[in-house]
Design a protein around this ligand. Structure first.
Ligand SMILES: [Zn+2]
Ligand SMILES: [Zn+2]
Length: 94
């Protein structure tokens, strides 16, 4: 299998879909050719991983069991578990 010359869709630079990469893709059963060079593929992967940890976390409304203030928490409040606002949470940690 000869190397295939492809163009990265992100940076527009030509890159090689090497014999080794082709074997890797075949092993995985992937039908597609890569659309990005290694650098851009790496950057994109880092992006996706970073994004998952980022600001898009769902917040739930809750009432603080200590001070009664309404607040939001990053998990679904359960009846049997006390929810604390950020202030009380910090205070409880000392
Ligand atoms: Zn690229
Ligand atoms: Zn509170």
């Amino acid at each position: 299998m000869p190397d295939i010359n492809l163009t990265c869709r992100d940076c527009g630079k030509p890159f090689d879909f090497t014999e080794r990469d082709q074997e890797f893709y075949a092993e995985k059963g992937w039908q597609n050719q890569p659309t990005r060079c290694r650098d851009c593929a790496k950057a994109r992967k880092a992006d996706v991983n970073g994004g998952a940890r980022g600001a898009d976390r769902q917040m739930y409304p809750a009432v603080c069991s200590d001070c009664g203030k309404s607040t939001t928490v990053p998990f679904e409040p359960k009846e049997d578990r006390p929810v604390r606002c950020m202030d009380c949470f910090k205070a409880s940690k000392g």
